[in-house]
Structure formats: structure tokens, C-alpha cells
Design a protein around this ligand. Sequence first.
Ligand code: RM4
Ligand code: MN
Ligand code: MN
Length: 427
Amino acid sequence: MRIEQQKIDQYNEGLLSRHNNQFVFLKEQLGEQGIDANKIVDALEAFQVAIPSWALGTGGTRFGRFSGGGEPRSLEEKIEDVGLLHGLNRSSGSISLHIPWDIPSNAGDVMNLASSFDLKFDAVNSNTFQDQKDQELSYKFGSLSHVDPKVRKQAVDHNIEVIKYGKDLGSKALSVWLSDGSCFPGQSNFVKSFQNTLESLQEIYAALPDDWKVFVEYKAYEPNFYSTVIQDWGSSLLFCQKLGAKADVLVDLGHHLPNANIEQIVATLMMEGRLAGFHFNDSKYGDDDLTVGSIRPYMLFLIFVELVEGMKRAGKGSDGFAWMIDASHNVKDPLEDLLQSVEAILLSYAQALILDSKKLEIARAENDVVLAQQLLQNAFRTDVRPLVREAMRQSGGSLDPIGLFRNLKVRSELMNERGKVTVATGL
Ligand code: RM4
Ligand code: MN
Ligand code: MN
């Protein structure tokens, strides 16, 4: 299914005068503070968030999975779904593939289909946290860190194969997330696990094309519950520093221990020039993979404050990083959920962009704690939705993506096309 531009324009028509009033009002307010709303709209338009191929179906937990119907049955249908999202918000211009869940059978055809929706291929993800059918050796006790060199070799070869698939699609990075670790004290030797992993990663690193990067993602725990080889940003950074300049740290918001100060982690990684990008999601307890901004929007804003600051310092635009949503949708329509997540990301970015950072610096220098807090909260409490809507409208998207999705009955159309009982590959 494709949404015609005319349908988007028509729907926008009905919302336009209300939107214009709100936008003009906000523009004036911001103008009084010396902020050019149009510049912020431009920055928002440029911010593109990748959609992972495994997030287009209904997710599940270890207790069960309740499929929603009309889920994509193939890679082609997944591309079509991301195309729908991008058509609606013009902010989801790329797809990130998980191999072997989504092996492209013909790279040329898949690329043509993607570009017909104006989509590119973001980082490719390897998978050594599951055993696949016909796989010779098991990853039950680890992959790149395994005690047996034959298992390590199998995992290294898989990663090199993933790079090849990505190369054919124009991807420029490999994302590695390892579940390697141990469930019980004494089960594994921390130092040997680290060294094995490093050697394996070095072999993968050596196979990277010149213009590629490898993203090293960390996670505190789960599926292993006692130790994880790449457990935190420090371990991840250590691997990256030992690997070389083409390795950067990937932050997944759900992969920290409770109450971790993620914004400070972001600031440090950006200071070192080693932040690869983000896997956005939200959580209350663990790696809950909930809709971005649904639980801790203030934290997300504080993270964006550091991102904006770090980008300015490094003289880089938002296209210098890999932004992706890594969420699971157990009770919502996956496409609606993704639209909500993208909107939440852009709202936080907009709030961070309107922060008066010069005044904040002065407040900090004068130890004016009250003013510092007030400046942050002024930005956070400003209703920036008209800026995000305007960015979507100007780039040809909808003023109200979810409203239009429902108005056009996209899900029931997909159910008619694909059937009521379809299950997409993924977790
Ligand atoms: C992991 C991690 C990875 C993702 C898998 C599916 O928890 O976040 O990024 O590839 O889930
Ligand atoms: Mn992730
Ligand atoms: Mn995760």
C-alpha cells in the first residue's frame, strides 16, 4: 500500500488554518527570545530516524505474543511499511536490517523498492544471540566470547557475511549487540571472555570496508543474569578504543541499570568523539522497549540537550550519527507506535534546540542553580508541537500522521492485503 501525496495534502488542508495560528503564535514567542523558528523547522526536517526491520510486527514477551493482523510477511512488505511511515512523517527515511531475520534475496530489487519510497539502508545488525535452523554450532554459551575457537569463528564469519549483505544495499555500518555473558558466578572467566571477544571483534573490524563503521552496543543484563561481556558504556568504549577509529559506542536507552544518568554518558561519549548513535525506546523497569517518550520525557529532553551541545561542539549535523528506534509493540499497532516514537524524538530535539544555552552557561558560571533549572524547564515546558508539525508539512508529510493513518484505515487495508493472521519475523 502506498499513500498518495494528494491524500496527505487533502487531509492537511482541513487542519491548516488551526495549525497556522498555532505556528505563528509560537514563532512570535520564540522570536521574542531571539530564536528563529524557521531554523528549528529546518533542523527538524533534517533529522531522520531509522526503523528496524524487526519492529514492524507485534512484539511479544517470553509469556506470549498476540499478533495484530496485517503484519508484513516479507522483507518487501517491511520496506513498504517503513515507506508508509516515511510518507506520513517524512522523518523515517531509512530501514535497519537484522540478518538472518531479513536476508535480501536480490539486493538490486530490494534497493529499487526502497528508493521508490525514498528510503535508504541504515546499519545492518548481526545476530549471534539465537541459534538458527541448520546452524552447525550453538551460541548457548556465547558467540564472539565463546571458549571454543570454532564457535567464535562461526560467529565472526556470520558478522562478515552481514557486512557483505549491507555492502550490496549501500549500508555504511555494522551493529553488533552480543548477549554473551554468564548466568552464574564461576561460569566464565571475565578476562578470557573479554579477550576472546576483542580478538573476534578485531577480525570483524579487519573486514570492514574503508568507509564503514562498526557500532558496539552494550547492555547491562538479559538474557544473561550474572554477567554480560559488554555490560556498560565503559566496556563498550574500551573495546572501541582497542579496535580503532572505525568503532563507536551505540547507546540503547533501555540497556542501563535503573536510574543511570544517561545524559552524562552521552556527554562523555560525545566529548571523546565516540558516540555512534542511539537506539531509542523508553522503560520503567528494565529493557522494556516501550514507546519513546512515554515514560520519561524529561530524561529524553535532557539527553537531547547533551546531543545538541555535542553536535555543536563537534561541528556535526544530526546526519553524522545513527538514530534508530529499537522498541517492541506488544499492545499497540506497531505502525502507530512507531509514529508516536518518531514524534517524541522530534519533540525532544525541538525542545533542546530552543534552550537558551548561552544563558545556561552564564547561570552555571555564576552557580545560579535556580536559573539553570528554570532555563531547562522553560524549554521543556514549551509546547513545540507546532514546530514538529510544520517540519512534517514542509517536507510533504502529514500535519497529523496518526490521524491520517486512522482516517485512511491503513491497518484494515493491510489486513485485507496480507491477511488477519500474519506474523512478522523478529523477537
Ligand atoms: C537487543 C538489542 C539489539 C537488538 C535486539 C533485537 O536487546 O537492543 O539492538 O538488535 O535486541
Ligand atoms: Mn538495541
Ligand atoms: Mn534492547
